[in-house]
Design a protein around this ligand. Structure first.
Ligand code: PBG
Length: 321
């Protein structure tokens, strides 16, 4: 035998030297949930280790992540009240707006990303306004643009539309530019599937649809050409970065989108993926730390430059030794 691949697996130092994919805390974006009140850290039952926070505890949580080398958080809001159009989503004193200002005041360098969507703010739980029993695309664009502008005004560095309305990246870009926020970037959830993996998140964000489901706007899990089309459209409309979501069951999509995209690509290691690992680990059925690092490495190997993950702090701790 002349070719023996095992030669390069002989020692740890050698394996480290030839490793193709390495993770860094800089790869992670840490999702956080914020609600009104003070001093609260309310555990999310289906997401052990994750909490509904108030502005003050959110600032502490973000600081911990920053100190571990994580450069960014993404915020999800639980508003004080909901209505059919989600008007608390663009209120200057809304919960996310308050959180952005507090984060920027305590640590101006840390990147604040905001999820831009209506589902957390509408009383029906859909990602846009309802007309004739369905989400009305074009009427929703205006509201998303208002929400994005209000996040930018509060100090957000990056807005991340997750609604899957057609044309929202262009509408948001235009509104941001008109209002003088030409340097606020857009990370679009370009490729977002109608996935059962979002279940625990909807408990965490109290955002489950009150009737029907999201399949008239989120993508069919069976499709991959459609992913390329969605990615291309968002890039044409001016997305600075794009995302594929969920991650684990969609690594083929991450790879395919990476191959056509010239901007940084993110993948969202979503709530259901996190919950499955936690549940199995709590039963003693898997080695949580090894599984976590293996999953994150695989997402990066597939082509993601950035990973949105509830494991951000845990994985950063492992990486820092
Ligand atoms: C808002 C939104 C959702 C997630 C991120 N943004 C839920 C949904 O579309 O129902 C899911 C994130 C996760 O599961 O971790 N539209």
């Amino acid at each position: 035998m002349i070719v023996r691949p095992r030669r390069l697996r002989r020692t740890k130092v050698l394996r480290d030297m030839v490793r193709e994919t390495t993770l860094s805390p800089k790869d992670f974006i840490y999702p956080l949930f914020v609600k009104p009140g003070k001093g609260l850290r309310d555990p999310i039952p289906s997401m052990p280790g994750q909490y509904q926070l108030t502005v003050d505890t959110l600032v502490e949580e973000a600081r911990e992540a920053w100190d571990l080398g994580v450069p960014a958080v993404i915020l999800f809001g639980l508003p004080d009240s909901k209505d059919p159009v989600g008007s608390r989503s663009w209120a200057p004193d809304g919960i996310v707006q308050q959180a952005i200002m507090a984060l920027k005041e305590s640590n101006p360098e840390m990147l604040v990303i905001t999820d831009v969507c209506m589902c957390e703010y509408t009383d029906h739980g859909h990602c846009g306004v309802i007309k004739d029993g369905d989400v009305d695309n074009d009427a929703t664009l205006e509201l998303l643009a208002k929400q994005a502008v209000s996040h930018a005004r509060a100090g957000a560095d990056i807005v991340a539309p997750s609604d899957m309305m057609d044309g929202r990246v262009g509408a948001i870009r235009q509104a941001l530019d008109q209002e003088g926020f030409k340097n606020t970037s857009i990370l679009s959830y370009a490729v977002k599937y109608a996935s059962a993996f979002y279940g625990p998140f909807r408990e965490a964000a109290e955002s489950a649809p009150q009737f029907g489901d999201r399949s008239s706007y989120q993508m069919d899990p069976a499709n991959s050409l459609e992913a390329l089309k969605e990615a291309e459209l968002d890039l044409e409309e001016g997305a600075d970065m794009i995302m594929v979501k969920p991650a684990m069951a969609y690594l083929d999509i991450v790879r395919a989108v990476k191959e056509i995209s010239l901007v940084p690509l993110a993948a969202y290691n979503v709530s259901g993926e996190y919950a499955m690992v936690k549940a199995a680990a709590q039963n003693g059925w898997i080695d949580e730390q090894r599984i976590m690092m293996e999953i994150l490495t695989a997402i990066k190997r597939a082509g993601a430059d950035l990973i949105l993950t509830y494991f951000a702090k845990d994985a950063a701790r492992v990486l820092q030794g």
